[in-house]
Structures are given as C-alpha cells and as structure tokens.
Write a new protein. Sequence first.
Length: 282
Amino acid sequence: MLKQRVITALVLMGLLLPALFATNPWPFMGLTVVLIAAGAWEWGRLNAMPSGAVWAGAVMCLMACAVAEQMGWVQRTPPLVWLIAGATWVLLGAWMVQRGVTGWGLWPRSVRWVVGLLLLTLAWVAMAQAHQIGINFLLSVLVLVWAADVFAYFFGKALGGRWIKTKLAASISPGKSWEGVFGGMLGVLVVAVLWAEVDHRWALTNLSFYSLLFAKGWFVALPALLFMSAMSVVGDLVESLVKRSAGMKDSSGLLPGHGGVLDRVDALLPTLPLAMMLVFWI
C-alpha cells in the first residue's frame, strides 16, 4: 500500500508541477479539468446513478467548465457567483453534518447528483482563476488546506478526546476530534503568518491569499482564516458522509494507494470557491 501511494504521488507530482509552473495556463487547466471530470464520474457512482448517467455527468462537468472558460469566468467571475457558492457550501455543509448519513439519503438522487456536479464545476473555475491570479496565491490556498489536515491529524493523535470528550461527528468520521480541529486552525494561523512574512521580506508582487487578508488587518484575517480552516473540515466530513451513505470506503480506485480523486480534493471543494469569495468581497 505504501509503495502504491508513493508511486501514485510521484506520478501526480510529475504531471502537476510542470503544468503548474508552465508559462501558458492551458496545461494546468487541461489537467485539472480532467481530474474534476473524474471526480464527477465518482460522484455519480457514489449517488448510485445509472452507468450511462455516471459517464454523462463527467461529460457534463467537462462541458460546464468549458462554457465557464468561454464566458470569461476563469479571468473574472461575477462576485455574486462566489457569494452564492460560499453560502451554498456553508448552509449545505452545516445541514448535512447536522442531519448525518440518514439525512443525505432523504434527498432525491437526481438533485444530489446535479448539486454535486455544479459544485465540482465551481471548484474548477475557482482553481483556474486562482492559478491565473498567481502561483503564489493558488499555492497558499492549497497549503492552507494541507496545513489544516496535517496539524489536525497530529493534534488529534496526541490530544484527541483528552480535553473534549464529545466527538466532532462520531456517526460520520469517528476518528475526528475537536482537539484536531483546533490544532488544524492553529497550524493554519502559523503557516499564514510565516507565509505573509516571506511575501513581505521578498517584496513579492504576486501576493498570497494570506497577505491579501492581512492587508485588511488582523480583525479580518483572523476570522477569515479560522473560517477557511473550519470549512476544509466540512468538505472532508461531507465526502465521508456521502461515502458512508453509499457504503463505500473510497470514492473510487482511480489513484492506487490513495483511493479516488474526491478523496484527495474533498477539503478543496469548499475552500477554493470560498477563497475567491473572500478575495472579491473583502
């Protein structure tokens, strides 16, 4: 399993890094839209759609991303779109986590499927737009999610259940603890401060997400960073909930040793659109 994980990670890095740093944005957009379409295919399977609809969903997601690019949304998305996307993630995520696995099954299957395809499309548009804003900006958003996950893991392992006996969401992800969530938030704050300091010392013109927030003051940056960290957890919980509802351990086996695409990007699905929402509205 470890060997498979390492090989898959190396292959993905070998594909993503050249595309990320290419002077032309098309390699990055092309590679990521294929991954998002794969996620759409997985989404159809998780929601027990017929085989034809599963493949149609992947094609529909590809077409929706292409239409968004042709409309110029990659360069400039109407800010209202990000506001609606952010509100949808907050409200839908809170509802799903509160209602649990059984609540998700009460939704009509076709509605669940369409909503997921829409959110996947918006996540791709947000990623493509963040890449065009600047690599430093995009990487800072990606690292925010990774920092929240890594710090949450280690804090959860070391302190989980010692201070707060109640589990975060026992019926969805029994291993997650409140100590892990707070540890993830602390890690995000540390990374944000250090990253913004590097931006300042190197006088970078391509600012990170953190620097843009800190430019508005701590009273804006602190709640925004805590909010983003919390929503990365929501993204993780939502995917875990859907997998439990479907009776599946992984979203697919497309990435040997890692599971599926959705298993790797679940926390990014809400945070990318929310990062764009904060940039445009704050």
